[in-house]
Design a protein around this ligand. Structure first.
Ligand code: ATP
Length: 338
């Protein structure tokens, strides 16, 4: 069967890592008809929309996307394309598996890290509701709803059960945001009660940040609202070797968009320095979603072999290889892993 997939290279290092991931996926032999759509600062300026219709239209048709990062201007300019896309397609669950990768040196030596972060993707302080009340006074509105909180909690517990996981940790700041995070927690507790086989625990976000650094191996599944999820994901990426190796999936009822945790990394764009692992591993998640389990297994194990061999790694993980050299090594390994 041929799968039609929307490929969004994005900008910054996006086109480099997206083309690497596409080559690696094609090398598995799985049949994909890529529909490439452009989404970057110049397209946004030309169309005058932060989420141009041709992008939404393609994803609505194919229902599955592989997306590179798109730059979000800081402190001014258009609203985040990434946030807009997640809201528009109701991609309510952001899922980020964070695992130690043999061959990547980390600050934590032998700690075996294997956690999956579930982040609510559509509300919280990402509502975009900011107001200048009077000059010098600005408010930003944190939106937490029962519907969205219960939906992400249910999705998380269902995943935990189906993946044979043991424990879900809800992360919050309900001691301060008693109503907002309080509601999020209540929804998590109610959901936990419906899934008694999964151990349930709650940790305040600041304590969670410390525990993650001291005892990362004790975490299994993490469940949290949008903003904590953003910050904790980067922290967790740092534990296993950085943003270059952590994949992600944005899941909705009808659509799924797979993308790395990292941003557009303008500091290294166009230099052949970008690590495409995160994007390739996002493609592995996409292949699993497409029920192409054999291709997913082969790509994942080719990546792992390439790291274990330690010869063609990119700069961010201690090597000297370019994006293309690493990609060539993975493609060669795909042929070998069979
Ligand atoms: P955004 O706001 O779009 O999320 P960001 O400012 O959080 O972006 P990134 O673009 O993710 O940051 O980059 C953070 C740092 O990590 C940069 O120094 C960048 O070079 C590095 N980095 C990110 N992704 C990669 C990658 N795939 N390979 C190598 N280095 C990377």
């Amino acid at each position: 069967m041929t799968h039609k997939i929307t490929l969004i290279p994005g900008d910054g290092i996006g086109p480099e890592v997206a083309s690497a991931a596409r080559r690696a996926v094609d090398a598995t032999g799985v049949r994909i008809d890529w529909e490439q759509v452009e989404l970057n600062a110049s397209v946004i300026q030309k169309t005058g929309q932060s989420l141009p219709e041709h992008v939404v239209e393609s994803l609505q048709r194919t229902r599955v996307g592989l997306k590179g990062p798109v730059t979000t201007p800081i402190g001014e300019g258009y609203t985040s394309v990434n946030v807009a896309l997640r809201k528009r397609l109701e991609l309510f669950a952001n899922v980020r598996p964070v695992r130690s990768l043999a061959g990547v040196a980390t600050r934590f030596g032998d700690a075996k890290i294997d956690m999956v972060i579930f982040r609510e993707n559509t509300e919280d302080l990402y509502s975009g509701l900011e107001n200048e009340v009077v000059p010098g006074v600005v408010t930003g509105i944190k939106v937490i709803t029962r519907a969205a909180s219960s939906r992400i909690a249910e999705y998380t517990f269902a995943f935990a059960e189906s993946a044979g996981r043991k424990k879900v940790t809800a992360i919050h700041k309900a001691n301060i945001m008693k109503l907002a995070d309080g509601l999020f927690l209540r929804c998590c507790r109610e959901t936990a009660a419906r899934h008694p086989a999964i151990e349930y625990q709650e940790v305040i976000v600041d304590n969670a940040a410390m525990q993650l650094v001291i005892r990362p191996e004790t975490f299994d599944i993490l469940l949290m609202p949008n903003l904590y999820g953003d910050i904790i994901s980067d922290l967790a990426a740092g534990l296993v070797g950085g943003l270059g190796i952590v994949p992600g999936a944005n899941m909705g009822e009808h659509h799924a968009v797979f993308e790395a945790v990292h941003g557009s990394a303008p500091d290294i764009a166009g230099k052949g320095l970008a690590n495409p692992t995160a994007m390739m591993m996002s493609a592995v998640l996409m292949l699993i979603h497409l029920q192409e389990h054999d291709a997913a297994r082969r790509l994942q194990s080719a990546i792992e072999h390439t790291y274990a061999a330690h010869r063609h790694l990119t700069h961010d993980v201690g090597g000297t290889a370019t994006t293309a050299e690493f990609t060539d090594a993975v493609i060669e390994a795909i042929a070998r892993v069979g």
